[in-house]
Ligand binder design. Structure first.
Ligand code: SAM
Length: 486
C-alpha cells in the first residue's frame, strides 16, 4: 500500500475555507503575521500576501526548504487528515501549535465529506483510489483530539474547523462577540446645551452604551473622564443623554445585552466555563453591572441552559415566538433574526452552533420542535427571489452530538420558500416587499391550504394552472406568449 501525501495538495485561486473564515472572523488581518504549516503548493500564502498580509509557509513535500518560524496566527489546514500515523499526526499538531503566538487555526475533513468517496480502510481512515490517505473526523472527535494533544480547549469556528487561542480571554471574547446582536443607537430627539457643548464625548458615551448596555469605567472610554469631570459623574452625564434622546431605547438595549451575555455564559458551559478571572476585563464589568456577581449570572444562565434541553420548554418558546414561521415540526427563522429570538431558543440554537461552528451561506435556521435538532439551510438569492430554492443543509443532532450535511443543489425538485416576511424580523430591508408578494398570492388563491406548493415543480405548476408568473417580487398574469421566469 503506497500512500502519496503530496498528491492531496490542490492549487487554488481563492482562499481556502479555513483561511477565508479566519479573515472574516478578524483572526487574520494585516495586523498579524501568518504561517501556513503544511502549506501544500502555497496558494493561501500567495493569496494572503496579495492582500498585504505577512504570510509564509512550509511543507515537508512541496516546500521543504522554507524556514519554519513563529507567527501570530498559524494555519494547519487539511494536514492532520492526510497523516495516517497517529503519533505523527499529533506531532504535526503540536509543532504547529508551538509556532503559534496567538491563534492556531486547525481544519480537517469531516465525516460528512465521506459520502461518495470510495477507498480501502487503513488505520483509522481510508486510502482513496488516488492513493491518498484521508481520515474523516466527527466534529466532537476533532475537538477532543485537539484538546488532548494540546491541553487547550479549542473553539469551533465551522464544521471541521477550530481555533486554538493562546489567551483564554481572547477565546471568550471571540465566543461572546459571536452571540452579540448588532444594535442601532437610539435617535436623538431634542437638543440640549450641555449635550451640544460636549457632543463628541456624548457620542462616544452613547456608542459605548449601545455596544455594551452599561456605563463605561474611566479607563474604558477617555471621553467618560471628560464628562465625569464636567458634569460631576458619568451617571449624571448619562441622565443628560436620557433627557436629550427621550430615554427611549436604552432600557431595551440593556435588556438585549443582558440576554446576549446570558446566552454566552449558558453556552460557555459546553467548554469548561471560564473562571471569572479568566474573562476579559470588559466582560467582567458587564457581569458585575448586570448580575451583581458571576455566581448569580451562572445560576441564571444554567436555568436557561436546562430549559433549552427540555422539549416542553423549547416547544412553548417556539409557540410563543413572535418571530419566525411555525410549522408542525419546526420554527424557521432567517439567520439575521436568531439574535432577536427568545433567549431560550437562542441557547437551543447556540448549542448546535457550538458544535458545528458557523455554516457559511446558511441563511435559514430550522429549530426542530419534535427532536433536539437544529438545521442550517442555504437558500441562495433569498433577498432577490420571490421564492428561493434550497441548495444545502447542515443538521446538528443535539442528542447524539452529530452533524450531517446535505447538498440539494442537483435535486430536480427542491423545496421552495413562501411568505418570506415571516422569517425575518421587523426592520429587515425588504420585508414590506416580501409581504406585498404574499398578499398578492393570497388574493390569487395560491397559498390556500390543500394546494401543493412546497417544492419547485409543485409551485411552478400551481402558478401555471392559475395563469400566473412571479417575477422578482411581482405576481403577474401570464400572457399567452409569456416566457417562464428564469
Ligand atoms: C490536503 S494538503 C493541504 C495543503 C494546504 N494546507 C491547503 O489547505 O491547501 C495536505 C498537505 O499536508 C502536508 N503534510 C503531510 N504530512 C505532514 C506533516 N507531518 N507535517 C506538515 N505537513 C504535512 C502534505 O505535504 C500536503 O501538502
Amino acid at each position: 500500500l503506497t500512500i502519496l501525501r503530496a498528491k492531496t495538495a490542490l492549487r487554488r485561486h481563492s482562499l481556502s475555507r479555513p483561511a477565508a473564515r479566519a479573515v472574516a472572523d478578524g483572526i487574520i488581518s494585516s495586523e498579524v503575521s501568518v504561517f501556513d504549516y503544511g502549506c501544500g503548493h502555497g496558494s493561501d500564502v500567495r493569496l494572503l500576501a496579495s492582500q498585504g498580509i505577512k504570510a509564509s509557509g512550509w511543507d515537508p513535500a512541496l516546500a521543504p526548504d522554507s524556514p519554519k518560524h513563529p507567527a501570530e496566527v498559524v494555519i494547519l489546514s487539511y494536514v492532520v487528515n492526510v497523516i495516517e500515523n497517529a503519533q505523527e499526526r499529533a506531532e504535526a499538531l503540536k509543532r504547529a501549535w508551538e509556532l503559534a503566538r496567538s491563534v492556531l487555526v486547525v481544519a480537517a475533513r469531516g465525516l460528512w465529506d465521506v459520502r461518495g468517496i470510495a477507498g480501502q480502510q487503513h488505520e483509522d481512515g481510508l486510502v482513496t483510489r488516488a492513493g491518498t490517505f484521508q481520515k474523516f473526523f466527527e466534529q466532537t472527535e476533532l475537538r477532543n483530539w485537539i484538546e488532548s494533544c494540546l491541553g487547550v480547549q479549542p473553539v469551533a469556528a465551522g464544521p471541521g474547523l477550530f481555533y486554538v487561542f493562546r489567551d483564554s480571554g481572547r477565546a471568550q471574547g471571540y465566543l461572546a462577540s459571536r452571540f452579540r446582536q448588532r444594535l442601532a443607537v437610539p435617535r436623538q430627539r431634542q437638543a440640549d446645551v450641555l449635550f451640544d457643548r460636549y457632543r463628541p464625548a456624548f457620542d462616544g458615551l452613547m456608542s459605548f452604551f449601545a455596544e455594551r448596555g452599561r456605563l463605561p469605567r474611566a479607563e474604558e472610554l477617555p471621553a467618560a473622564a471628560e464628562l465625569s469631570h464636567e458634569l460631576g459623574s458619568i451617571r449624571r452625564a448619562f441622565a443628560v443623554v436620557r433627557r436629550v434622546t427621550g430615554g427611549e431605547g436604552w432600557e431595551d438595549i440593556v435588556r438585549k445585552r443582558v440576554h446576549d451575555l446570558l446566552v454566552y455564559i449558558a453556552l460557555a458551559k459546553f467548554g469548561r466555563r471560564p473562571r471569572f478571572s479568566q474573562l476579559p476585563q470588559d466582560l467582567q464589568y458587564d457581569i458585575r453591572d448586570f448580575f451583581g456577581s458571576y455566581t448569580a449570572a451562572c445560576e441564571t444562565a444554567d436555568r436557561l441552559l436546562f430549559g433549552a434541553g427540555k422539549k416542553e420548554a423549547v416547544e412553548e418558546a417556539c409557540q410563543r415566538s413572535a418571530l419566525g414561521k411555525l410549522t408542525q415540526n419546526a420554527l424557521y427563522v432567517h439567520a439575521s433574526a436568531v439574535p432577536m429570538l427568545d433567549p431560550l431558543l437562542r441557547v437551543y440554537e447556540g448549542s448546535a452552533r457550538v458544535l458545528s461552528g458557523e455554516i457559511p451561506g446558511a441563511n435559514i435556521v430550522k429549530l426542530h420542535r419534535r427532536r433536539a435538532q437544529v438545521s442550517y439551510l442555504t437558500y441562495p438569492r433569498f433577498d432577490s427571489m420571490g421564492h428561493p430554492t434550497l441548495t444545502g443543509g447542515v443538521t446538528v443532532n443535539l442528542a447524539r452530538l452529530e452533524i450531517d450535511q446535505r447538498d440539494y443543489g442537483s435535486w430536480p425538485n427542491p423545496p421552495v420558500l413562501h411568505r418570506k416576511e415571516l422569517f425575518v424580523a421587523p426592520g429587515y430591508p425588504r420585508r414590506d416587499m416580501f409581504a406585498r408578494l404574499t398578499a398578492a398570492e393570497e388574493r390569487a388563491g395560491l397559498l390556500q391550504g390543500g394546494l401543493l406548493i412546497g417544492t419547485a415543480l409543485d409551485w411552478a405548476s400551481a402558478l401555471k394552472d392559475r395563469g400566473f408568473v412571479v417575477r422578482g417580487h411581482r405576481l403577474q398574469r401570464r400572457s399567452p406568449t409569456a416566457q417562464p421566469p428564469a
